[in-house]
Design a protein around this ligand. Structure first.
Ligand SMILES: *Cc1c(COP(=O)(O)O)cnc(C)c1O
Length: 225
């Protein structure tokens, strides 16, 4: 079951890359394993999957410690509470959902000396939804400036979770906004290379707009309880 899902998804990514003139190797598939078992993660790992995404700190840290596998890249993609920043910073390789300076400072402070820099993406609230986390595009530049020189964390790019839209052309619009924000940052010498955007229902539109990390759960592991 899982094997077929991964084969299909890797094919679909390859096809979308080809169709939109992108390099498949520039797109990382993060398998979102939240609420799925350690056995499923092991199965995916045996198929060659190396990047996994988790949303809930306690669940994730249990999995990370149990698996104890330094070949896995762990991506934190959930909401960040400030009292969880130590656990996140000590256990993950990437954090996609930074949206305020306080969180960035705490991740920086808690990153262990022996570890590589923590890779950070800033979540942008692209649809101006009150319910969603994410910095507004107006406040993005100031946040990036504040984060830029913090030790032990490296600003890699931007992440978004747009509203659900069903048509491809409508799905592209918010991704295009985020892509242009990344271009702006690079014009301001930020040297960022990552667009974390696209999920099960909109990853093709995200790839068309230059996504470098797509985050897929359901299409790989099935539905969550
Ligand atoms: C759960 C989640 C995903 C995966 O969603 P699917 O629809 O299952 O592919 C991707 N990104 C974030 C931030 C998530 O919380």
């Amino acid at each position: 079951m899982i094997k077929e899902n991964f084969l299909k998804m890797n094919c679909a990514i390859g096809e979308a890359a080809k169709k939109y003139g992108k390099e498949k190797d520039d797109i990382t598939l993060v398998a979102v394993s939240k609420k799925h078992s350690i056995e499923k993660i092991k199965e995916a790992f045996a198929l060659g999957q190396r990047d996994f995404g988790e949303n809930f700190v306690q669940e994730a840290v249990n999995k990370i410690i149990t698996l104890d596998n330094t070949d896995i890249n762990w991506h934190f993609i959930g909401r960040i509470q400030s009292n969880k920043t130590r656990q996140i910073s000590e256990n993950f390789n990437w954090v996609h959902t930074v949206d305020r300076i306080k969180i960035a400072e705490r991740l920086s402070k808690h990153r262990p000396k022996y570890a590589d820099d923590l890779n950070i993406c800033i979540q942008v609230n692209v649809d101006f939804e009150n319910s969603k986390s994410g910095v507004s595009s107006e406040d993005l530049m100031d946040l990036c400036l504040a984060i830029k020189d913090l030790p032990k964390i490296k600003l890699r790019g931007l992440m978004c979770i747009p509203k659900i839209r069903f048509e491809h052309e409508l799905q592209r619009k918010p991704f295009n906004v985020i892509k242009n924000l990344l271009v702006d940052l690079n014009e301001n010498n930020f040297d960022v290379d990552t667009l974390s955007m696209g999920m099960t229902d909109d990853f093709k539109a995200a790839i068309q707009e230059g996504s470098t990390i797509i985050r897929i759960g359901t299409a790989l592991f099935g539905s969550r309880k």
